[in-house]
Each structure stands twice: as C-alpha cells, then as structure tokens.
Design a binder for this molecule. Structure first.
Ligand SMILES: NC(=O)c1ccc[n+]([C@@H]2O[C@H](COP(=O)([O-])OP(=O)(O)OC[C@H]3O[C@@H](n4cnc5c(N)ncnc54)[C@H](O)[C@@H]3O)[C@@H](O)[C@H]2O)c1
Length: 337
C-alpha cells in the first residue's frame, strides 16, 4: 500500500510544525506545500530539510498537479473557508487547524459542502491528544459519577505582538476554543446556553478584551465555567488551564501538567479514597495525534475526533459567548447548526 499524498497549506510557525509532523508519519508523503508567500515555503523546505517537496503559491494548481489524498490547512483563520471549500468541492479530504472558519456561517457552509461531496473534513483540536486530558476524562467517567460542575481557570501573560494584540476579543476568539472543546470532550455533553462577560483590565497590553468569564449550561444538567485572562501575571496556570470537576462521588483536579487526581467520598472505614490517573494511551501527542487519528480514519473509512459535524459545536460556543458578552444577555445555542 503506497503512502497517502498530502498537500500542506500555510507556512507560518504552525505550518512548519505541521510540516515536521507530516514528515514523521510513516504512512504520509508531503508532496507539495502552498503559501501565498511562496518564499516562506522555499525557506521552510530548506531549513527543515524536506527534500523534494514542491513549493507553490496557487492551491488550485497544486490540487490539479499533485492529486493529493488530503490537504492540511494551516492558513490564517480568515482563509480557512476559501481553502477548505476549494478542496471539498474537488472531493479532497481536509484536516484543518482550528478554528474551523472565521465565522459560524462560514463553518456551516463547510459542513454542508462536506456532506454534499461526501468528503471527510476534520478540525484538529490538538489538546484532545494530551495524555493528561484523556486521563482526566477517564477519571471523570470511571470514578466520579454524575457531573455537577466543571471549572477551568486559564491565567497567563504572553506578549505575542501581532494580530492578537489588535483583535476585539483575543482570548475568546483565539484561545478559549481549546478549553470550550475540552469541556465538551470531558463532560460528553453539549452546551445549551451561555452567559459571558469580557473585560480588558487597565494594565492590559491588548487593544481588545483580554479577559473573560463564561458560564455554560450543559445538556446533562451540569455547568461548565470558564475564567481566563491573557494579561494575568503571577501564579500562571498551564496552557491547558487548571481544571476542577465536582461530581456525585467526589471531586477531581487536573492542573494541565501533573497527573489528574480525584478525592472520592469516604468508604466504609470513613477514609477518603484518592485516585491518581496515570498517563492515558493516545495515538500521538498534540498535532501528531490529530494526524494519526485522521489518517487511520481515512484508511478505515471511520469518523475521527474533530469531524466537522461535531467540531462546529465548539465554534458555536465561542460564537454564543461573544454574542452574550456583546448583548449582556444569556444566549441559547442551537446545537451548532
Ligand atoms: N492548535 C494550536 O495550538 C495552534 C497554535 C498556533 C496557531 N494555530 C492555528 O494555526 C493557523 C496558522 O497559524 P500561524 O500562527 O502559523 O499563522 P501565520 O499568520 O503566522 O501563518 C499563516 C500562513 O498562511 C498563509 N496564507 C494565508 N492565506 C492563505 C491562502 N489563502 N492560501 C495559502 N496560504 C495562505 C500566510 O501567507 C501565512 O504564511 C491558524 O488557524 C491558527 O489559529 C493553532
């Protein structure tokens, strides 16, 4: 069986990470790398020593010339719709970076194109391929019983420079989707409604709202609360945040770095049982896991994590949180479609 042929779109820092990840997959061959600024591709091919990978600045020409089995879209969010639509309309499967598209309307259109063309479209939510997150999910499912509250705190103080500093809602639009998607994954539930407020503290170096608090009502009756800031110096959390699940049989914590741990109700002898979850099994870490899952799904004609019908629900959480923040009202979600 010959390796699957991939075309990569986007040669920014994340595109480079994907180029190296694709090279590391034994069943995939990167045949072409496309960027509007082709010099970035040429430089990337040289510096990463990718050998005979073709460089192009025209996606449609590259699709015709190289007939790939799939495209990995790591372009800017504003180009995700254009790139993915072009591929799906030619029945070329797509593994795209988050967010699925710049708006929910564009994302809905891509889901329809995936259906119409009967072509797989998956969004890589690389945090789902984190041994700690998977282990935390296992702890919730196996030990804790009915979930009441799921909380995450995300507090960091990065100075990115560039587009994030100029966005209206940098935290909600560029970062919170990781936690929102993880909450759906951990709880096995989808949100029904959200109340959200954004703020930009006086000391913030961002133009738009760098901090947010959101409360989601989930369809299993539990609530998921998110508290985050990108201008919170001191006692920073991990990039995965710091989680607490409160459930019928006890509570569990995961700080994003060490093993998740649960404290369970006193047993017959009156003592509290502590359960520490070891690293879970994953197809690979981060984007390597996304790629491995996607390739296996293509080979076996099955549905992987992040398939567009499911992933749009995470984008819908961002969209509804933004609407709530702007209107000051609780917003109902319409299951993402
Ligand atoms: N999952 C994560 O942890 C994570 C981390 C960083 C970035 N990302 C995502 O990865 C994507 C890229 O991020 P980045 O930081 O590399 O961005 P970037 O802006 O540095 O690079 C994007 C590249 O895409 C190219 N491009 C834009 N439109 C194009 C088009 N229509 N056709 C071909 N090329 C096009 C640009 O010229 C640029 O070189 C974004 O969607 C971002 O949200 C995800």
């Amino acid at each position: 069986m010959s390796a699957l042929r991939a075309v990569l779109v986007g040669a920014g820092p994340m595109g480079r990470a994907w180029a190296e990840t694709i090279r590391g997959h034994p069943d995939v061959r990167l045949v072409c790398w496309v960027d509007l600024v082709v010099d970035r591709v040429v430089q990337g091919v040289q510096e990463l020593r990718l050998g005979d990978v073709a460089a192009d600045d025209d996606l449609l020409a590259a699709l015709d010339r190289h007939a790939p089995d799939f495209v990995v879209d790591v372009s800017v969010p504003g180009a995700h719709h254009e790139v993915t639509a072009a591929c799906l309309d030619r029945r070329v499967a797509v593994l795209g970076e988050k967010p699925m598209a710049a708006t929910l309307e564009e994302a809905r259109d891509l889901v329809e194109r995936s259906e119409r063309s009967v072509t797989l479209f998956v969004v890589s939510q690389n945090r789902r391929y984190n041994q700690g997150l998977v282990a935390f999910r296992g702890l919730l499912a196996e030990e804790l019983g009915e979930l009441g509250q799921l909380n995450v705190e995300f507090y960091r103080a990065p100075h990115f420079g560039g587009f994030r500093d100029e966005m209206d809602s940098p935290l909600l639009v560029d970062m919170a989707i990781h936690a929102f998607d993880a909450a759906r994954y951990l709880s096995g539930s989808d949100p029904l409604s959200v109340s959200c407020s954004e703020l930009n503290p006086p000391w913030s170096w961002y133009r738009g709202a760098a901090s947010a608090v959101a409360d989601f009502e989930l369809d299993n009756g539990a609530h998921f609360s998110y508290q985050g800031s990108w201008c919170a110096a001191g006692h920073e959390t991990s990039w995965d945040g710091s989680w607490r699940a409160v459930a019928a049989r006890g509570s569990a914590l995961w700080d994003g770095t060490t093993d998740p741990v649960a404290e369970l109700l006193p047993g017959d002898d009156g003592s509290t049982r502590t359960v520490r979850a070891g690293p879970a099994s994953i197809p690979g870490p981060g984007i390597a896991g996304s790629l491995a899952d996607f390739v296996d799904a293509l080979r076996k004609d099955r549905t992987p994590m992040g398939e567009c019908h499911d992933n749009i629900k995470s984008l819908a959480m961002v969209s509804a949180a933004l609407e709530s923040s702007r209107t000051g009202r609780r917003v109902r979600l319409d299951s993402g479609r």
